[in-house]
Design a protein around this ligand. Structure first.
Ligand code: TYD
Length: 191
């Protein structure tokens, strides 16, 4: 299975993907590759402040092309499971929902890249204020970033909620273990 996990920053993707990877290996006796984006050009992308949304889009797609070729496709071809934090819908949610690029235009650019489609997509839905307070603790952000970052996260979160085809987990009323139990019970339906 090729599984993607999406959600705003601070929604708990890394924690859940770690647990899920161990669970899948045990449950299905199949090696599981855990990975995330941005992957190849991570430092360039995360370090490039103030570039245009279109440049950002192209960097994320170049990053994904490397990721697909070097990690995701080889893993699938070798019969492994893949769990990937962030994928095509991060691009729609951030570059369109967050930064205003045209959705149908970006969808058609992504489609022309012919990246493999996930078998299962999991969305960790969480209140942006709660997620943002977690991110702030992690990075010790200043006030300016706080207001810009929170409004961005609200737009991204709204956009994620419009996407179809997801196992959606509403995380805020649940602890980490409850979220994980919900994910595995939903995944059992696909196994
Ligand atoms: P990261 O520190 O990895 O955050 P997280 O742990 O929440 O994934 O930073 C990745 C950032 O890149 C995150 O803010 C979302 C953003 N992003 C996009 O804007 N577009 C994309 O296509 C992807 C994959 C990520």
């Amino acid at each position: 299975m090729f599984i993607t996990i999406e959600g705003i920053d601070g929604s708990g993707k890394t924690t859940q993907s770690q647990r899920l990877s161990e669970w899948l290996e045990e449950r299905m006796h199949t090696k599981t590759i855990r990975t995330y984006e941005p992957y190849a050009f991570r430092d360039v992308i995360l370090g490039s402040k103030g570039i245009s949304p279109m440049s950002e889009l192209l960097l994320f797609l170049a990053d994904r092309a490397e990721h697909v070729n070097n990690i995701i496709l080889p893993a699938i071809i070798n019969g492994h499971h893949v769990i990937c934090e962030r994928y095509n819908d991060s691009t729609l949610a951030y570059q369109c929902g967050g930064h205003g690029l045209n959705v149908s235009h970006v969808k058609s650019i992504i489609a022309s890249c012919k990246f493999p489609e996930p078998d299962v997509k999991i969305l960790l839905d969480i209140n942006p204020e709660l997620a943002y307070s977690r991110v702030k603790q992690r990075h010790n952000l200043n006030d300016k970033f706080e207001s810009e970052g929170l409004s961005l996260m609200k737009r991204v979160s709204e956009f994620y909620r419009t996407l179809a085809g997801y196992i959606v987990i509403h995380c805020e009323a649940m602890n980490e273990s409850d979220v994980f139990a919900k994910i595995t019970s939903e995944l059992e339906k696909y196994i």
